[in-house]
Unconditional design. Structure first.
Length: 752
């Protein structure tokens, strides 16, 4: 990454310029540079400012930039940190600081130390698609059903095991069913495949970093001396391997500063361990504890709402967030009929504000718990011609033709990369069929070699037809020619020549459809991106380019500053802020998820997620829920989320109606609404007692959980009620005959 630095070496920042405009707590966070330091940074408390000014202060105090290691979780956060540091320190200092994501920094070190653990410097990094494809082939080769064991699910299991630092041979010590033994077999084959391919997946970047530090004391001491000062952002999101690397690196000098907020720990599902931040004081003797509690982002009402919710969690570090910002508007709680009504209300409200209050579209964000909820909002945006972007949609880098280009480049850098070879071998078609490729793969496995090494011994594979052999020989001749060109050509020019010689661009031109021209343009966009990279980073090589592309995340890629409203999951919104925020789908079973309500730790993580959602809002916050939601082709009646009831009622305004349509039309006419349940006009009406239910009423006012009696089946218990108001259907469990679905208007159930 190249920064526009405007300082000269002689321009050294003064202590006053570094500490200027910092509050007292931030100044303490900046100047406490020796020993272990825990900075509890509440939402919107200016932690990035504190972190960057801390680094500038350290350099001002004579600490060498190359002795500072700053670790973040996203490239966007790393870039923002570097840009801010660049405005505070001399030009030659910025490039000497080791600053970046865990994965990018560890990959950088592993390039240096790769040979000590049996890899070459040009090892490939498998993204989640590469890993899933490798696992898919393994499942097929082992004769295992892909319906019972999907590649994506197995990849998740293996990733979870690696986060727990469980190797394949230790997997069945913890997981003991026959299914687990099958997963262990796949895990073993997957690891062997990675090693033969000179490849690491994302988890391996962390685990192999631990290996090089544990295996060689001299290497550990080398990096302990290099990184005498360690800073870790978003410490609450670290998993066990990340925690261990930080602990090993900090062991010699104890100068570790971690910044985070336990109230924003929302990534348990991908291995994050909240105990890392909660137990910091146990891990390090006499740490300095600093709390950044002044919020600069949100109004008092929004901040109070977040506080009233999060205080219901037991596992947390005490903090008292406050702000000098004005009280602001109350939080608008809006009941909607269904997901269509909800989307219409939100998008119409946004359009009204854009038109009448002169607010730019980029100032609005719609947050939801699951990706599936985006469809209704997309449809409404299109209907009303509202500009929008989905953060979390298909990444440009995951498009087929883009992946093909990167696979060609990864393979030419690392010819042992089996997954890249399999992907490109017939793109465009080269007459190497699946049966031929399967025979070569079996030969390679027996030889414990890569597929390309087997290609070079093709005459030794006796069961191949001459046509297949000739096609493979033609391909290896092509690759050998390209390798010669690579050794003589600078990376930018080589990449363009290579991709042109593959025939991809010519293939898309010859197909000449709208789709193929779009793919042709995407390939050209990749080549432009490569050219830009090497103009900015002339000293880097192709492996460096591929590494930063592989490690890029969706949020890094999206341009969220464009004048479009943002649709995104709450997980995607972490670290962002918007003047106006809508949190949609606040219904029991959806947010929080149904499965989490019986497990305290999981419910607390869901509550932290809601806290994160609330604290994205700067000026206005809307909360919406639907009285019914379509699932699996049928409407299910919904209850409001318990999290709504945890907000102080004084902060809520529920006078707003769902939509203009709902005000002027009878409720029974709109989207098949429920005319039998009175409309809630205020907050206390919704949460006046625990018996509140949004299930449709009926003649006997039956609801889920009621005990009933049927004239034929006898006594039973209602499990659920669904359907339209005039065609209500009850699922009842009877002691005599088990579960039955009955139409209420005909069943003549008696309440007992």
């Amino acid at each position: 990454m190249t920064l526009k630095l405007i300082k000269t070496e002689s321009e050294t920042p003064s202590i006053n310029s570094i500490l200027d405009k910092l509050n007292e707590s931030q100044q303490k966070a900046v100047t406490s540079i020796e020993g272990p330091v825990l900075i509890i940074a509440g939402a919107g408390s200016g932690k990035t400012r504190a972190l960057t000014h801390r680094i500038a202060y350290m350099i001002d105090q004579g600490i060498r930039p190359e002795n500072i290691l700053a670790l973040t979780f996203t490239n966007k956060a790393a870039e923002e940190m570097s840009l801010r540091i660049a405005s505070l320190v001399p030009q030659n200092a910025v490039t000497r600081i080791w600053s970046g994501t865990f994965h990018s920094i560890f990959a950088r070190i592993l390039r240096i130390e790769a040979e000590s653990i049996g890899y070459t410097r040009s090892f490939s990094i498998y993204d989640t698609d590469d890993s899933s494809n490798a696992i898919k082939d393994i499942i097929r080769n082992l004769g295992i059903s892909t319906q019972q064991y999907t590649p994506q699910a197995i990849r998740g299991k293996i990733s979870s095991a690696k986060n727990q630092m469980l190797t394949w041979d230790k997997y069945t010590d913890v997981y003991t069913t026959s299914n687990d033994r099958t997963i262990a077999d796949i895990y073993k084959e997957y690891e062997e495949n990675l090693k033969r391919s000179n490849a690491m997946d994302f988890d391996d970047l962390l685990l192999n970093m631990i290996r090089i530090l544990r295996n060689d004391m001299a290497t550990l001491k080398k990096y302990q001396e290099r990184f005498k000062y360690l800073l870790v952002d978003e410490y609450q999101d670290t998993n066990r391997p990340q925690y261990l690397v930080c602990k090993m690196l900090a062991e010699a000098h104890k100068n570790i500063c971690v910044v985070g907020d336990d109230a924003q720990s929302i990534y348990k599902w991908r291995g994050a361990d909240i105990k890392n931040i909660l137990d910091f004081q146990k891990d390090y003797d006499n740490p300095t504890i600093i709390r950044l509690e002044q919020n600069y982002r949100s109004t008092k009402n929004i901040l109070s709402a977040a506080d009233s919710v999060i205080k219901n969690n037991r596992k947390q570090i005490s903090k008292d967030l406050w702000t000098d910002n004005p009280d602001g508007d109350k939080i608008r709680l809006v009941e909607c009929i269904d997901e269509i009504d909800e989307a219409e209300f939100i998008i119409k409200t946004i359009n009204s504000k854009i038109s009448n209050e002169n607010i730019s579209a980029k100032n609005f964000a719609v947050l939801y718990r699951t990706n599936a909820q985006s469809l209704a909002f997309e449809n409404s945006c299109r209907k009303h011609k509202t500009p929008y972007i989905i953060v979390g949609g298909m990444s440009f880098y995951k498009r087929k033709e883009v992946k093909d280009v990167y696979s060609y480049l990864k393979f030419i850098c690392n010819p042992k990369d089996n997954e890249s070879l399999v992907r490109i071998i017939n793109e465009p078609p080269r007459g190497i069929g699946q049966q031929t490729l399967s025979s070569v793969r079996s030969f390679a496995k027996n030889e414990k070699s890569s597929i390309y090494e087997a290609f070079q011994k093709i005459d030794s594979i006796t069961d191949l037809a001459s046509r297949g052999k000739n096609s493979i020989k033609a391909f290896t001749d092509f690759i050998n020619e390209i390798l010669v060109i690579k050794s003589k050509t600078e990376p930018r020019e080589f990449a363009t020549q290579f991709i042109e010689k593959t025939g991809l661009l010519q293939m898309y031109k010859e197909i000449d459809t709208e789709d193929s021209i779009d793919r042709w343009n995407n390939v050209q966009q990749v080549l432009s991106d490569i050219a830009t990279f090497f103009r900015m980073e002339p000293d880097k090589d192709l492996e460096d380019y591929l590494q930063q592309v592989t490690l890029i995340s969706d949020i890094d890629e999206k341009d969220i500053n464009r004048d479009q409203i943002k649709l995104m999951t709450i997980h995607s919104a972490k670290g962002l802020e918007f003047p106006v925020v809508f949190i949609a789908g606040l219904e029991k079973g959806l947010f929080p998820f149904a499965r989490t309500e019986s497990i305290r730790d999981e419910e607390e993580e869901e509550r932290r997620l809601f806290y994160v959602a609330i604290t994205r809002a700067m000026e206005n916050l809307y909360l919406t829920y639907a009285t019914r939601r379509m699932r699996f082709g049928e409407y299910n009646y919904q209850n409001p989320s318990k999290f709504i009831s945890e907000i102080d009622p004084k902060l809520i305004d529920m006078k707003a109606k769902p939509t203009q349509q709902s005000i002027v039309q009878p409720r029974s006419k709109l989207h098949g609404g429920n005319p039998y349940r009175p409309k809630a006009d205020n907050y206390s009406q919704v949460f006046s007692d625990d018996s509140y239910s949004q299930m449709p009423e009926n003649e006997l006012k039956l609801k889920s959980g009621d005990r009933v009696k049927h004239s034929v089946f006898g006594p039973g218990k209602i499990e659920s009620i669904s359907g339209t108001p005039h065609n209500l259907q009850a699922t009842v469990y009877f002691q005599t005959v088990g579960r039955k679905k009955l139409m209420l208007q005909y069943a003549k159930l008696e309440k007992i």
